[in-house]
Design a protein around this ligand. Structure first.
Ligand SMILES: Cc1ncc(COP(=O)(O)O)c(C=O)c1O
Length: 386
């Protein structure tokens, strides 16, 4: 029987990478050793204390019942303490919610606040969930905010028509451009949201993946942010726990409450044992300094970043060393799909920028989630492709 998809599913954009996936499949079928620098999933494992905690908490039979939709009280308490420690921001328990990874919260927040036809401001290029999983699946209208290199990949807030805007997404440290921002820009964003009665969803999933002494701010450090903002965090990238699905959102009480209402009808919070592991992970920040595991992890990523960027510069590409994330956003000065296909044929998979939005065209995203030897080999292959 021909079942028809709902209109909102039909409105999801077409999958752009079919041709590239065909080449990947063919190459793998021929036993070709393809180097993937395309996936935003750390190759490094979680630290041993997380694995030990997972074993211990999963073995505790008390940890297998339903959790609360808003998360366990001790998890929320650990988040509050982490916020105070890390950002010097004071929050209450009812300003925190546990998430099955930040992606889930980013998708569900629109369900609580966006009505059909409402405008939602989304960066372009961007992590696709703001447009697809969040806005389109709620029958909202995604309005792109171009992130241009000449504006340091920040949106021009003065150029926005705010009449029908209900919500906006911002994400720094940014995927895919790896751009970072200072508190001055965050203040402008909070003022813009307040002046225009816009819900500000701030995705801070990469706040802990930083280099060269850069420390990513929280939007909640800005005066007035608690009136309009909710911030999404994740243990995925900080502790290499992408598959464990644990994150949280913090901020304005009404926004947290709306998200809780949606989640209480959809899921019952992350598993209790995962939340207990996350408590131990967050408590490993016992001072303003990052824990030893994180410093080592970031040092490892930094060495990979330096190798990748230095080699790209040597072979004639101009690109800066990102201060955060594990992405290099390379201006390939042309058709990003063609450029990526050329690299694929040379044995390196990268992501064409156009996959992140119209304004991602003429860039590719190169991920340094591979060991240094593989990155060095990938660079040789890239050099030989031109
Ligand atoms: C910008 C950004 N936000 C959120 C996420 C979602 O992460 P998670 O759901 O694992 O917390 C990702 C994952 O790649 C991301 O790149």
């Amino acid at each position: 029987m021909p079942f028809e998809y709902a209109d909102r599913i039909k409105r999801l954009p077409p999958y752009l990478f079919a041709e590239m996936e065909k080449i990947i499949k063919e190459k793998k079928g021929q036993g070709f050793d393809l180097i993937s620098l395309s996936i935003g999933d750390p190759d490094l494992p979680p630290p041993p204390f997380i694995i030990d905690a997972l074993k211990q908490e999963a073995a505790d039979l008390k940890n297998h019942n339903y959790s609360f939709s808003q998360g366990e009280p001790d998890f929320r308490q650990a988040v509050l303490e982490w916020y105070k420690n890390r950002f010097n921001v004071d929050l209450q328990q009812d300003q925190v919610i546990a998430l099955l990874g930040s992606k889930e919260g980013i998708a569900n927040i629109a369900r609580a606040f966006v009505n059909p036809g409402d405008d939602v401001l989304v960066p372009d290029p961007a992590y696709p969930v703001y447009t697809n999983g969040s806005t389109i699946l709620c029958d909202g209208k995604a309005v792109p905010m171009p992130l241009l290199e000449e504006n340091s990949f920040k949106p021009n807030l003065d150029a926005i028509d705010v009449k029908k805007v209900k919500m906006m997404f911002l994400n720094y440290p940014n995927n895919p451009t790896a751009a970072t921002v200072d508190k001055k820009f965050l203040k402008e964003a909070v003022d813009f949201a307040k002046d225009n009665n816009i819900i500000l969803c701030y995705d801070n999933a990469y706040s802990e993946v930083t280099f060269d002494g850069y420390s990513a701010p929280s939007i909640l450090e800005i005066d007035g942010a608690l009136d309009v903002a909710i911030e999404f965090h994740s243990l995925s990238k900080t502790f290499n726990m992408t598959g464990d699905r644990i994150g949280f959102a913090v901020g304005n009480k009404t926004l947290v409450c709306g998200l809780t209402k949606v989640k209480s009808q959809i899921d019952s919070g992350p598993p209790v044992y995962t939340q207990k592991v996350a408590v131990k992970a967050l408590k490993s920040y016992n001072s303003r300094e990052p824990p030893e595991f994180l410093s080592k992890n970031n040092q490892n990523l930094k060495e990979r970043r330096d190798l990748l960027v230095d080699t790209l510069c040597k072979i004639g590409y101009k690109c800066d060393k990102p201060k955060a994330t594990f992405y290099v956003w390379l201006n390939c000065k042309g058709d990003s799909m063609q450029f990526a296909t050329k690299l694929l044929n040379a044995g390196v998979a990268v992501t064409p920028g156009v996959g992140f939005g119209k304004y991602g065209e003429s860039y590719v995203r190169i991920t340094f989630t591979q060991p240094k030897e593989r990155i060095a080999e990938a660079c040789e292959r890239i050099a030989s492709a031109f």
